[in-house]
Design a protein around this ligand. Structure first.
Ligand SMILES: [Zn+2]
Length: 397
């Protein structure tokens, strides 16, 4: 299976298309749980779900880790506004998100680690970076020194100027006086105020970790080095993944990642769906009126690398395709389907997924195939197996 690797800006062999038994590891950056999952989240996580389903189809076991960023600035702000503890807000939003994504047919991650439960390991990694001279203190805060690892900028491929601009826009502080380099980023923020709930007493002093170090630590703790696929939304390329790569490499976790996969945005009115623009479509809201298979089929009309303008009418097309799938698969059980050799439809869907996860091609292929009369049991068996492979098995129920 070939996938586009952000760091080399090329298609790489993510896994052999021959069956294997070696564990395939995936780390997907999860959400900050302060609001419900929207279609942008659904699209991103469905992309990684399709990758895992194809890898499992090849016979390889998968371990997928999707973290919960419950130590993060927007969460404290929302919790303070609501007058609740930030971890209570995180837990309730976390359950809401898991339920919506589960109903969308996502296979649950093997591990869903919370940043708040990895403080000791975070402190240990920051301490080792300090000891190695890759981090330094500034008025109680601790920064990563980007000159400590060769090739900062390698993951994104962005110029120094662009990285500085993004750092400014996305929560960095390139202008802070006293830093060694403008792009040095925060590992630990000192919090003097004892009334601040997001504050831990540690050997580094009182405070809380920066966002990037949390993922480096959780990836290391649950998957180790050489992660087969690590990714998330394309807006995480810089600074988040660039910084993860830098820290993990400086901490000796090499190779950190074999393939970086990033998913383009779902848009509404020409803009990326985002909380600040108020143009969100929530997954649990859509599930009230539509089947999960129809929503997935609608999302699969977009290539994962590009995303695109959300078109609600795609869901109606998805409902219709689901009905045709159900009819075409009638009378053949999963066990019967698995016992038959792969027919042309299954082979073509596998080939499309192996070709940089070409989900739009899968949908087009299904449409053209199901518009013709049923070609018998082997065809029905293919439909059953394709439904499992694409995570639309709920259409057959
Ligand atoms: Zn992350």
């Amino acid at each position: 299976m070939r996938l586009h690797d952000t760091a080399t800006r090329s298609l790489v062999q993510a896994t052999d298309s021959a069956p294997g038994s070696e564990l395939f590891t995936m780390y997907v950056c999860g959400v900050t749980p302060y609001d419900a999952a929207h279609l942008g989240h659904g699209f991103t996580f469905m992309t990684f779900d399709l990758i895992r389903r194809r890898v499992e189809d090849l016979g390889r076991p998968v371990k997928l880790v999707r973290n919960i960023t419950d130590v993060d600035e927007p969460l404290y702000a929302k919790a303070a506004e609501m007058g609740v503890h930030f971890l209570d807000l995180a837990r309730s939003e976390e359950r809401r998100m898991q339920s919506a994504l589960g109903r969308l047919g996502l296979i649950p991650p093997e591990v869903e680690p919370r940043a708040s439960e990895h403080l000791d390991e975070i402190v240990a990694m920051i301490s080792s970076l300090l000891a190695a001279g890759a981090a330094y203190e500034l008025d109680g805060d601790i920064y990563f020194d980007v000159s400590a690892t060769p090739g900062y900028g390698r993951v994104s491929g962005y110029s120094h100027g662009l990285m500085t601009r993004f750092a400014q826009m996305r929560g960095g502080d390139p202008d802070r006086a006293g830093k060694r380099q403008p792009l040095d980023f925060l590992l630990w923020r000192r919090i003097g105020d004892e009334g601040d709930p997001a504050r831990w007493e540690t050997p580094l002093g009182p405070g809380r970790p920066g966002w990037h170090i949390e993922c480096s630590v959780m990836a290391d703790r649950h998957l180790g080095t050489g992660i087969d696929v690590h990714g998330g939304g394309a807006d995480l390329i810089f600074p988040h993944h660039e910084c993860e790569q830098a820290q993990s490499t400086a901490a000796g976790r090499v190779p950190f990642v074999k393939c970086w996969v990033h998913v383009g945005p779902m848009q509404m009115g020409g803009e990326k769906m985002s909380k600040s623009l108020g143009n969100l479509v929530f997954v649990d809201r859509l599930l009230e009126d539509h089947s999960p298979a129809a929503i997935r089929l609608a999302l699969m009309r977009y290539h994962y690398r590009s995303g695109g303008e959300w078109r609600p009418e795609f869901i109606e097309d998805g409902e219709e395709l689901s009905r045709k799938l159900r009819k075409a698969a009638a009378g053949v059980s999963r066990a019967e389907a698995a016992a038959l050799p792969a027919g042309p439809l299954l082979r073509e869907i596998r080939a499309a997924l192996d070709d940089n996860l070409d989900a739009p091609r899968c949908v087009r292929r299904l449409e053209s195939c199901l518009s013709r009369p049923n070609a018998g049991d082997s065809h029905a068996a293919d439909v059953v197996r394709v439904a499992d492979l694409l995570g639309i098995e709920s259409a057959l129920a």
